[in-house]
Design a protein around this ligand. Structure first.
Ligand SMILES: NC(=O)c1ccc[n+]([C@@H]2O[C@H](COP(=O)([O-])OP(=O)(O)OC[C@H]3O[C@@H](n4cnc5c(N)ncnc54)[C@H](OP(=O)(O)O)[C@@H]3O)[C@@H](O)[C@H]2O)c1
Length: 258
């Protein structure tokens, strides 16, 4: 049909096709596979007496590792990621887990574990904010300036701390911040270690979120050290600060001045 079109109409059709196909083509673009290298979990993780449903958003290093620990502890885990091949890969790797969409993971979950780059919060909040209202979110995000950019840095500085910056994206959500102050390899290697356990600091904007986060931290083979003062309390354990690393509870409390 285009063979019979006047030239200006033909140009208009080509321009319209480019306009329409551009975003669709971008959405369909294959996301390059990232190598996820699982760190072996070294110690046995006892089965919990109270299994919970854990929905994971962002199934990379942290989502994959904590999801695996949760499954070993007897919790039910559903992985999701914006790249479904990645979450399906985690589900194939970790016995007894499954993969779904973000919406499915949220609907399924007692606790939604969000392990995404900090800079992805605006997009994730736009996509899932309504579904997350009233839910408990355990979030692990840290600023990585090179990855997340100056805008993300400005958001955290304005909020005063990373936890409150996340809460700014998630009105009506019960948030507990944990597992941000050490590397995923440390979580895999130290979980359930004999002797004094590795301690995980937590801050929350809601008592139910703190209770659920504390239970999950404990079930995964760590000692929980709740920090008061709402999410602002998480300023005491930002990555790179004195509380970071694989301390036991006494060492961690001393480092945070508790
Ligand atoms: N790595 C650590 O040891 C560590 C320790 C403590 C805390 N943290 C913090 O925890 C967070 C996760 O770290 P990580 O190392 O697990 O990162 P990661 O391996 O890069 O995994 C993050 C995952 O989230 C996905 N994602 C990005 N945008 C998304 C969206 N809109 N919806 C759903 N999924 C999305 C990413 O997909 P793409 O790959 O397609 O972008 C990626 O699969 C970060 O904020 C990090 O700073 C990391």
């Amino acid at each position: 049909m285009t063979a019979f079109m006047p030239r200006r109409h033909l140009l208009a059709v080509v321009a319209a096709s480019l306009f329409l196909c551009g975003p669709a083509a971008a959405q369909d673009a294959v996301i390059a596979p990232r190598p996820f290298v699982a760190e072996p979990i070294l110690h046995p993780i006892p089965r919990t007496a109270k299994p919970m449903k854990i929905g994971v958003i962002g199934s990379g290093n942290i989502g994959g590792t904590l999801g695996e620990l949760a499954a070993k502890a007897g919790h039910t885990v559903m992985f999701s990621d914006r790249d479904p091949a990645l979450s399906q890969g985690q589900a194939n790797r970790v016995a007894g887990t499954r993969s779904g969409t973000g919406e499915e993971a949220i609907a399924f979950a007692d606790i939604v574990l969000v392990a995404i780059p900090f800079g992805a919060w605006p997009a994730v909040a736009r996509q899932y904010g309504a579904a997350l209202r009233g839910k408990i979110v355990l979030e692990t995000t840290n600023l990585n300036l090179a990855r997340d950019g100056a805008q993300a840095d400005a958001v955290i500085k304005k909020a005063g701390n990373t936890g409150d910056a996340v809460a700014g994206y998630l009105p009506g959500v019960k948030i507990v911040r944990a597992f941000n102050a050490a590397g995923y390899g440390a979580f895999a290697k130290q979980a359930g270690r004999p002797g004094a356990k590795m301690a995980i600091p937590l801050a929350a904007n809601d008592p139910q979120a703190m209770e659920a986060g504390t239970r999950l931290v404990t079930d995964l083979g760590f000692d929980a050290v709740p920090v008061g003062g709402g999410l602002a309390g998480s300023a005491k354990f930002e990555l790179g600060g004195p509380a970071a690393g694989t301390k036991n509870a006494a060492e961690l409390k001393a480092a945070m001045g508790l």
